[in-house]
Design a protein around this ligand. Structure first.
Ligand SMILES: Cc1ncc(C[n+]2csc(CCOP(=O)(O)OP(=O)(O)O)c2C)c(N)n1
Ligand SMILES: [Mg+2]
Length: 348
């Protein structure tokens, strides 16, 4: 009897019970789709069907809720995204399709984000306020100041969201972001997030961060909340992002969220991209979904099969698509087009 009561108590205190099953299933499907996409991209880089790979396997439990909770649209009334290169989960949750990321990996002309010119997972989606992702780390913490100033002037509930890694917080851009976001004369509506996977390429966190937790930086600013959360738990991340977004939308001031995540395939293809032994947010989420009978084992397998097939079929289609012509490099550089006086021949 005692054991049974204890079990029931445990069950009733899991915040997962507050969620609608439909939302939990949606989150699970997007997380699995994101994982299948990343695994397909890694295979492409290893098989010569693409070049450099970098992406977000291990960050699904953060990326997906972030995209689902955002106010999606174009212009100042909607949220702006200043992503780093591990944001595929958020892009998919916003509604991006796997085929477009596969196109960018393959560097084909149909890649809508960079016309086959940028690394994979470097999004640019004007109609959803997704700003161009830069391969230089941390510059997004500077550009986010700009959209946030514009949103503050404009009013409304739109916010600017920035994502980046732990090691990057050593760069000045991160600190410029904190300072600009917290000026008493004009605090800014920014959700400042840092996914802390414990590494900057191959350098581990412990030897580099005298501040302890990254969220400790919030303590320097009287009115900015700072919080560290378990980024491997999509329920915890969903609730924390929701709380932070509600605060920023209402108060029009910043919030610092540090998200502890796994890094399941190392840094990138430059470190081999093999699977490493760290906690897997999808496996842990599935254990809970099964325990609370949100999905059955059969349904779980169906989701995986469907997501794998979607990525496989998209890959087959993309393989038949064309690379850009060399001259295409001159297109899409400036909004107003390239002037005839622009020197198109290189060399000095
Ligand atoms: C300005 C700049 N400096 C250095 C690099 C090389 N670089 C690429 S990723 C990376 C490590 C970033 O680590 P972290 O911020 O923790 O993000 P993670 O890759 O772990 O998600 C570095 C140093 C770069 N791309 N840009
Ligand atoms: Mg890191």
């Amino acid at each position: 009897m005692g054991t049974r009561v204890k079990k029931l108590e445990q069950k009733s205190t899991d915040p997962i019970i507050k969620f609608q099953p439909e939302l939990l299933k949606k989150m699970h499907k997007l997380m699995v789709l994101d994982r299948c996409l990343e695994e397909r991209l890694i295979k492409m880089s290893k098989g010569g069907d693409g070049f450099f790979w970098i992406g977000g396997p291990g960050e699904e439990a953060f990326g997906v809720p972030l995209g689902l909770l955002a106010q999606k649209g174009q212009g100042l009334d909607y949220d702006y995204f200043h992503f780093h290169y591990r944001s595929s989960g958020t892009a998919l949750a916003l509604g991006a399709s796997v085929i477009d990321t596969i196109r960018q990996m393959r560097t084909v002309a149909t890649d809508p984000y960079s016309r086959g010119r940028n690394f994979v997972n470097h999004y640019c989606i004007p109609e959803w306020n997704v700003m161009p992702v830069a391969p230089t780390i941390e510059t997004q913490y500077s550009t986010v100041i700009g959209t946030a100033i514009a949103q503050k002037k404009h009013g409304g509930t739109g916010i600017s969201i920035v994502t980046g890694g732990d090691a990057g917080t050593a760069e000045g851009d991160f600190h410029s972001c904190l300072v600009w976001a917290n000026r008493p004369a004009n605090p800014l509506p920014i959700l400042i997030t840092v996914t802390n996977n414990g590494f900057g390429i191959s350098t581990s966190y412990e030897g580099q961060h005298g501040e302890g937790q990254i969220s400790n930086w919030a303590k320097a600013f009287e009115d900015m909340p700072g919080r560290t959360i378990n980024g491997n738990d999509p329920i915890e991340t969903y609730l924390a992002i929701q709380e932070a977004m509600n605060f920023i939308r209402k108060e029009r001031r910043p919030y610092l969220l540090e998200v502890l995540t796994s890094r399941l395939h190392g840094h990138s293809s430059s470190s081999g991209a093999n699977r490493v032994d760290e906690p897997d947010c999808i496996t842990m989420f599935e254990e809970r979904l099964l325990k609370f009978q949100i999905i059955s084992n059969g349904e779980k397998e169906k989701v995986w099969d469907a997501c794998r097939s979607e990525c496989d079929e998209a890959f087959q289609q993309v393989k038949a698509e064309k690379y850009p012509d060399a001259d295409d490099i001159w297109n899409g550089i400036f909004v107003e087009g390239l002037s005839d006086s622009y020197p198109k021949k290189g060399g000095s």
